[in-house]
Design a protein around this ligand. Structure first.
Ligand code: OGA
Ligand code: MN
Length: 293
């Protein structure tokens, strides 16, 4: 069966069939997938049914993996279980700290933008899905940037966003991390416009961890961030993935925002496993192979 790439919206996201990600890929097939990834920014692979080891190996083709922030969130530092069930398989109680952390995923964000070197790629596989709801939505920040008027583009050209885990968790009112875990996550600065190294496309870099714009009035810059987010997540820039068990979806955190959609968590299980490819900076302290401080 030949590899087949089908674009899912007029602007981004594609579905790839005709490839088995459980087996090692030859270099040519991998290069085709990587090029499609840089073009479409979100790739959906139906019917893959990967186990953790297969998902890890495929993810590592894109680069060294990223550690999750804390044991509170993920017992396994490399394969993060987003699940509303505990180790015994029981549905989490509404006040379980893990469930509160997962609530955060329901607001538009780009993964680990609160880290000094944010995530490059995230790969999410569906192990158990609810019969309704629980979709994941993506918004193309390249298309959104392209659609900004020239004044806005100029205004944002050199703007720096301040991203903070304490800020975004504070919005949810949770205290799931310990003091030491929070100390490892001081606020960090990132350009609001990022240029993709593979294709030179510019993209807005915003989302829920962005607290304000450095050197501007906090409240004014929060208003601007809110306006930009509303503009950039309009339907013409978005794709909604309706999960089926066995799907693997990967996205480029440099190019898109994403958010999870609600479902009836008191009735239905949803179990997703995520691997994350670390940002490429050589001194990225979150890479799994970096020496822990
Ligand atoms: C993630 C995430 C949303 C979802 O895996 O990083 O934000 O729908 N997921 O589970
Ligand atoms: Mn996420």
């Amino acid at each position: 069966m030949a590899l087949n790439i089908r674009q899912l919206t007029p602007v981004f996201a594609a579905e790839i069939t005709g490839v088995d990600l459980r087996a090692p890929l030859d270099d040519e097939t991998f290069a085709t997938i990587r090029d499609a990834f840089h073009t479409h920014a979100v790739l959906a692979f139906p019917d893959q049914h990967l186990d953790d080891d297969q998902q890890t190996k495929f993810s590592e083709r894109f680069g060294a993996l990223e550690r999750s922030i804390a044991e509170t969130i993920s017992a396994n530092p490399v394969v993060y279980h987003l699940a509303n069930v505990d180790d015994e398989g029981a549905l989490l109680k509404p006040d379980d700290p893990k469930r509160m952390i997962l609530e955060g995923n329901k607001a538009w964000h780009t993964d680990s933008s609160f880290k000094v070197v944010p995530a490059m790629v995230s790969l999410l596989s569906a192990r158990e899905v609810p019969p309704e709801g629980g979709e994941t939505e993506y918004a193309d920040m390249r298309a959104a940037y392209d659609a900004l008027d020239d004044n806005k583009k100029r205004d944002l050209e050199d703007a720096i966003g301040l991203h903070s885990f304490a800020y975004s968790q504070g919005q949810l009112g949770t205290g799931a991390l310990t003091g030491d875990e929070l100390d490892a996550l001081p606020p960090v600065e990132h350009p609001m416009i990022r240029t993709h190294p593979a294709n030179g496309r510019k993209a807005l870099y915003i989302g829920r961890h962005a607290s304000h714009i450095v050197g501007r009035l906090v409240e004014e810059s929060r208003t601007l961030l809110g306006e930009l987010l509303a503009f950039a997540t309009q339907p013409q820039f978005t794709y909604r993935h309706e999960w089926r068990v066995g799907d693997l979806v990967m996205w480029d955190n440099r190019s898109v925002l994403h958010r999870g959609r609600p479902w009836d968590e008191s009735r239905y299980r949803r179990v997703m496993h995520r691997t994350t490819v670390a940002g490429e900076a050589a001194d990225n302290p979150w890479r799994v192979d970096a020496a822990a401080e």
